[in-house]
Design a protein around this ligand. Structure first.
Ligand SMILES: [Zn+2]
Length: 307
């Protein structure tokens, strides 16, 4: 994946440190989020419920201390200095540029395909812990989306340390962008009202939770379908110049790495579909590809699909 080397990048959609923690809700784990806590719990021999993985769909751990002002300020300075060209080499700038690309695509596609107006969620880059509208987020939780404050939370060290280092996902730029696009998928589900299914039917291979997660993967694919052809604001050329088939291969590698069966295998070595919250490696691969190939919200109807 290559961003074009010149032109404007709007950095206002991303903040270092993040928002305040007012109220409580249930965070929806990123492809990564919820299951990661479960993985950590399995590895450490802790009952996941102790970590606040309510029903396995997310977590709600209450309030906590936020990341240091110093780390928030350092991230903010990096964000402010980002350019489109830097998004090709720097993870933080890649998050900024991908956030804008997601806004460009969904601002066109959501109303066109569903009649609903799109509002952009805010992206927060943090380190350590952060107070959110869904309670305290920590790096260990992985990237997540909070429906209560409509914000996405991401500790960028997650990519190397956990996604690649622990789970065997790809270290490619496209892989990182897929993770962010998955979180934005949860935002689209919030706008459309579908996200509630993850709480009413929280686990099992064909549960509401799994359908919500697979749909977020499909929406990530939908974004990838349009990302290189959707104009930037002001009619400028698309932010993203290319998305090659090797790029898609790396996304598939990551989608498979964060499948529930793969994570269970890494943890206890025992595959138990009745405990799944995000779907198997094969399901996640399949639904990303479905969104990528079709580019339609309708093709991402995981709730009617036979799983
Ligand atoms: Zn998710």
């Amino acid at each position: 994946m290559t961003f074009r080397n010149s032109g404007n990048l709007d950095t206002s959609g991303v903040s270092g440190g993040g928002g305040g923690g007012r109220g409580r809700g249930v965070a929806i784990g990123g492809g990564v989020g919820g299951i990661l806590v479960v993985l950590v719990a399995v590895v450490l021999g802790v009952d996941p419920s102790q970590l606040g993985v309510g029903g396995g769909t997310g977590y709600d751990t209450g309030y906590g201390s936020t990341g240091t002002d110093a780390s928030a300020q350092a991230y903010q300075e990096q964000i402010d200095g980002c350019t489109l060209a830097a998004a090709n080499t720097d993870t933080i700038c890649r998050v900024v540029a991908t956030t804008e690309s997601l806004e460009d695509v969904w601002t066109v596609q959501l109303p066109e395909q569903t009649g609903m107006q799109y509002t952009q969620p805010h992206t927060n880059v943090f380190s350590g812990r952060i107070s959110t509208g869904c309670g305290q987020g920590t790096s260990e939780t992985g990237p997540f989306y909070c429906p209560s404050d409509n914000e996405v939370y991401l500790d960028p060290t997650f990519f190397d340390e956990v996604l690649v280092g622990q789970l065997g996902g790809s270290d490619s730029p496209a892989s990182q962008m897929y993770v962010l696009a998955h979180e934005f998928g949860h935002h689209v589900q919030t706008l459309l009202g579908d996200i509630r299914h993850s709480q009413t039917d929280p686990r099992g291979a064909s549960s509401g939770a799994v359908r919500v997660e697979l749909q977020a993967d499909c929406y990530a694919g939908l974004w990838a379908h349009y990302a290189t052809t959707t104009p930037a604001p002001g009619g400028e050329a698309p932010l993203l110049e290319s998305l090659t088939s090797p790029d898609v291969d790396t996304i598939v590698q990551t989608a498979e790495a964060i499948g529930d069966d793969h994570i269970q295998n890494l943890g206890s070595g025992r595959i138990d579909p009745s405990a799944w919250t995000h779907g198997s490696s094969e399901m996640r691969r399949q639904w990303f590809i479905t969104g990528y190939q079709n580019g339609s919200v309708r093709s991402c109807d995981t709730f009617s699909a036979q799983l």
